[in-house]
Write a protein that binds this ligand. Structure first.
Ligand SMILES: NC(=O)c1ccc[n+]([C@@H]2O[C@H](COP(=O)([O-])OP(=O)(O)OC[C@H]3O[C@@H](n4cnc5c(N)ncnc54)[C@H](OP(=O)(O)O)[C@@H]3O)[C@@H](O)[C@H]2O)c1
Length: 277
């Protein structure tokens, strides 16, 4: 069960897999088997959330892996849901997630959405700082934070988020936010890296894929990789799970990268962070 997924350094001294397996909308009853498949195929990062209702399946697959594998080699991410914003509620939500996962600690815990209308993300962040100090989570970060939400955390909190998980694919390239992340040592992790599958039919991507003898998904994930953007694609078959990981044996050239850059159209398939509360 070797894995060759390279890791990227995080600003807190830990490191994270460049690509992981995301389980949003993976039914609870299928999660253990699909996560075990992903682990067999070489993934080591599993991305779940309280919202997904499948943390127990993720944990079951992780614990099976640990019967022969090392905890250090796994990377488990979960997220606090919007209803649990606030210091005490976030601590309780973390306890519930960790219990469902059946693990001793998490590698990464994220605030799922900033929910500006609730105005409690700074309090939730303080809970994450506490969990990190207590050793219950290795690294802490955020998801769906816009620049203004990050600026507020940088101004008011003691610990800088190591990562922001945001919607990011060739139709929504997030250049301004990525540049802000770089200035502050925050890693960019792309959710819906394949645009929920809707970017895969793009003719420019299809042509590049045909030229390279690769799949459209591999081209898109390779584009992220060459930009240093972490990804967590979801797929529901062993074949897709496996082929999505097979992105380390080829390179997009400058013209191909340019053609992908030109696909930017500010198109979201998920919600706008300012409107989720
Ligand atoms: N933080 C957040 O707010 C947030 C929001 C959304 C998602 N996420 C995370 O990001 C992960 C990925 O995002 P996502 O699930 O929304 O979308 P995605 O990974 O961009 O796309 C998944 C879709 O693409 C299809 N697909 C995957 N590989 C394929 C391939 N090789 N060929 C053809 N189709 C393929 C899948 O189909 P099948 O499943 O049928 O194989 C599925 O319909 C989630 O699972 C979750 O962990 C986080």
């Amino acid at each position: 069960m070797d894995s060759s997924v390279p890791r990227a350094p995080l600003a807190d001294g830990h490191s994270i897999d460049m690509i992981g397996y995301g389980v949003y909308k993976v039914p609870a009853e299928d999660t253990e088997e699909l996560c075990s498949t992903a682990l067999e195929e070489g993934y080591r990062l599993l991305d779940t959330a309280a919202l997904y209702g499948n943390e127990a399946g993720v944990g079951a697959a992780a614990r099976t892996y640990l019967e022969t594998g090392e905890r250090e080699d796994l990377f488990i991410t979960s997220k606090v849901w919007n209803d649990d914003h606030g210091y005490d509620a976030t601590l309780r939500a973390f306890d519930a997630s960790l219990r469902l996962l059946g693990l001793e600690y998490l590698d990464l815990y994220l605030i799922h959405w900033p929910c500006p209308s609730r105005d409690l993300y700074v309090e939730s962040w303080r809970a994450l700082e506490r969990l990190r100090a207590d050793g219950r989570v290795r690294s802490i970060g955020v998801s769906n934070f816009q620049q203004d939400h990050l600026e507020r955390l940088l101004a008011e909190a003691g610990v800088v988020p190591v990562l922001n998980q945001i919607e990011l694919h060739p139709y929504l390239q997030q250049r301004a936010l990525r540049s802000f992340h770089e200035q502050h040592g925050i890693a960019t992790q792309a959710w819906s890296p394949l645009g929920r599958g809707k970017v895969l039919a793009d003719p420019v991507i299809a042509r590049i894929a045909a030229d390279l003898g690769r799949t459209p998904a591999q081209v898109i994930l390779r584009w992220h990789l060459q930009h240093g953007i972490l990804t967590i694609p979801k797929a529901s078959s062993r074949e897709r799970i496996s082929s999505n990981l097979d992105i380390f044996g080829f390179r997009l050239d400058e013209d191909q990268i340019d053609a992908l850059e030109a696909l930017e159209r500010d198109q979201r398939f998920g919600s706008h962070p300012d409107r989720v509360g």
